[in-house]
Design a protein. Sequence first.
Length: 662
Amino acid sequence: MSKIAVVVLPIPLNKPFHYSIPESLQSAVSKGTRVLVPFGNRKISGYVADIIETTYIANIKEVYSVIDDAPAVDKNLFELAKWLSTKYVCSLGEALSAVVPSVLKPPKRIFNNKPEHRFGINKSIRPTLTQTQQTITDAITHELKNHKYEAFLLRGVTGSGKTEIYLCAIEEALALGKSAIFLLPEISLTPQFISIIKSRFGDNIGVWHSKLSVGEKYRTWLSAKKGEIKIMVGARSSVFTPFEKLGIIVIDEEHEQSYKQDKKPTYHVREVALERAKLSNAVVIMGSATPSLESYWRAQNGEFRLFELHERIDNKQLPPITIVDLNCLSAKHKIISEPFKNALIKTLARREQAVIFLNRRGFSPWLMCQACQKVWQCHNCSVSLVYHKDSQELVCHYCGHRQPIPDKCPNCSSDHLSIFGIGTQKVEEELKKNFPQARIARLDRDTASKKDAYKNIYENFKNEDCDILIGTQIVAKGFDFPRVTFVGVVDADTCLYLPDFRSAERTFALMTQVSGRAGRSSLGGEVVIQTKHPQHYALVAAKQHDYKSFYEQEINFRKELNYPPFCGLVNILLRGKKAENVSKATDTITQELLKWKKENNAAIEVLGSTPAAIEKIKGMFRWQILLKGKADILINALMQMKNCSLPSGVIITLDIDPQDVL
Ligand SMILES: [Zn+2]
Ligand SMILES: [Zn+2]
């Protein structure tokens, strides 16, 4: 009698399927292995959740083949997947496919050139810790030795030596025979950073990011599983690294938005790390100069142990920040104000370097007809097309649509077409005009996408073959050079008034981060921020390097308006090609939710039920419903949606704890 595999599949349906195990696979199939099974007329991979003797289901199909020669998920990771599926409202199969992506399978070709791993730690390059660093490291080590779960939040000003604390804590974990996961935003995973880590820990390290090939990913994953490597440095999904004896998870730049996954399951890596650490009796260290409001609040309420580093290493000063009011300037000075220009002149005269920052978001030049005010928009998306000077094209940054620049307006035939808004190219032009002698480089999405461009610009700047570097978010991280003494923010307002409750928090974090690039050495430094809203509390607090005062004001707003951390939030996004169907579906769901709320006297708020801030992307109309309330009540409310019959062609996405609601 052949045995039966209970298989969980990566489909939205939360029920396992039964397959008989053919004689030839009996020994290979075990709990936790992945198998290939027939489903409809395809073959898909699923997880063996259990093996049973008999089934009540007639005519079951056979397991086709076995993918892994050992279980792909251990007990802890299986528990983590269950937690993911509950918390983020997806099926267990969908959660498991986030834990072990389906691309992770043995390649057809067998790799024989197994790399030699050089274990061991290079203690010779370990700098002496300051008193504060030592105190924090001791506290972490204490918990590591106790084999107990604990979460630490480190708030340390830029340049205060947080990284050294992470590295020492990882050393301690390794010394205890445990493994470590070091999470960074994808953008910080530069070759420079990896080489710093490698010089400290040798080849004991795996690196995990989206640019790895499928084969590289599988080999790295397998090395971690076999214990051939003990440290995984990587972006979001490396939180699922299959280490058997996990000791520590570090989350650097804890406030970063990229730690939230936007596709199903829509998890936040911080929450996954905390849950995983609880299951493994491990320690979590979260660090940032500007912790997310939620995390700082949780630390205030005793959920995390808070440590603060108020000083930069070697008593270097945080750079003074000047705020320039753009309202008082004439139009011709609006890109670069006098104080901005003067600071640059001084910097260049001293043969030092400058970083000029523009926010990527909402900061792009667009084309407008001066006669009839027509703004060129994307046909597929309700956003303006962005003017690209280099290629002389209008480009949609959401769907990639491109078109040549028109000669005249199709509405009114006027040829008075003008470019509005400032982009990095415009700033570059302006700086070149003002500083013809300076060597100027630009690093943004356009230039960085070219092969080796990032590396070349980085090396040039590092070798001081470049005086002024203009860039977007990319330059806010990792560009720590001793000769950078001036940082200029061209316009701080671009993300201040986005229709999103996190706009102020994001602006404060970004200004703090960018300012932190200045004055990392004894040369000192200064920062100029240009804005039309000089009195905004986020900018005033950033100027004073005062996280606490920003936190106090912002947390009061959140409390007053009932936003996270004072409630849970779910963004229900409905998309479809027919506007009418999408709006009808939104109505149906809203009614169902309101009915449930009334019947159960539930403490939830049903908001929105309107078109999203960006109404259309890639030809799909977007509507949203925003739910507020306690997390567990919200999950119950979402269950009601199953009862709704919806028009066809409408896709629903649930974003649990959304990072933005645009
Ligand atoms: Zn016109
Ligand atoms: Zn588009």
